[in-house]
Design a protein. Structure first.
Length: 229
């Protein structure tokens, strides 16, 4: 199950399905709709965990990038007793214990758009004209509100292995700041570093999916290590 970054275009993970293979079902979350807006990351994680419980019981890996890494972690906390959860994979986000609240969602439209585009991963065409901006700006701002206001609450560590993935030149979540994720699990931990910045996974899609595929084939047998490209 894939949990996207703030403001992700629906369907961004669809191209991954062919590379994962016919024996893997790929499910992606959409965080909100105009008529259904979660109040917090905790509320969102409750909803996603509830939807997971309704799916057939199969070995399940959660993958989350940027904001999605925090959401995936909170979903994993709610599903840790679920027999099917075999691994949490977080990408491009610091450990929840190191996450700091922010105010990006409070910026005026021009400053907010500039901040979003500076992070990468969002097509400038979404904000190219007033009509398109009116469609895309509210849900993207809503996603940023959720992650800006997230605060970690302490609890027992996860019992599933945790894999972290990072871009070698990511200034938002550099590899060194990904290592503290090892403290949120009592199981195995490993870190994989790819060339690129915060949205390394767009250019390195095939390598990222290959890493996921290897962990799906051997869900709890990966060694704790740092692998450089």
């Amino acid at each position: 199950m894939c949990l996207p970054h703030a403001g992700a275009v629906p369907g961004m993970f669809v191209p991954w399905a062919d590379n994962l293979g016919p024996d893997v079902d790929l499910v992606s979350a959409r965080y909100s709709t105009p008529d259904d807006v979660p109040g917090s990351v905790a509320d969102l994680a409750d909803r996603i965990a509830g939807e997971l419980e309704r799916l057939p019981r199969r070995p399940t890996t959660l993958f989350g990038h940027s904001m999605g890494g925090i959401v995936a972690y909170e979903v994993a906390r709610r599903c840790s007793a679920r027999a099917g959860l075999v691994r949490l994979v977080v990408s491009g986000t610091v450990s929840p214990t190191a996450h700091l609240p922010g105010g990006t969602h409070l910026l005026d439209d021009a400053a907010f758009v500039a901040e979003v585009l500076a992070l990468g991963g969002t097509a400038p065409e979404l904000f190219a004209d007033p009509a398109s901006r009116a469609v895309w700006l509210p849900p993207i701002r809503q996603d940023f509100r959720l992650i800006d206001t997230y605060r970690h609450r302490s609890g027992p560590p996860l019992s599933c292995p945790v894999t972290t993935m990072a871009g070698q030149h990511d200034h938002e979540a550099p590899p060194d700041l990904m290592r503290p994720w090892r403290d949120i699990t009592s199981a195995d931990f490993d870190l994989r570093v790819f060339p690129g910045g915060h949205f390394y996974l767009l250019d390195a899609r095939h390598a990222v999916v290959a890493e996921l595929r290897r962990r799906l084939e051997r869900p709890s047998a990966m060694p704790s290590s740092l692998a450089l490209p």
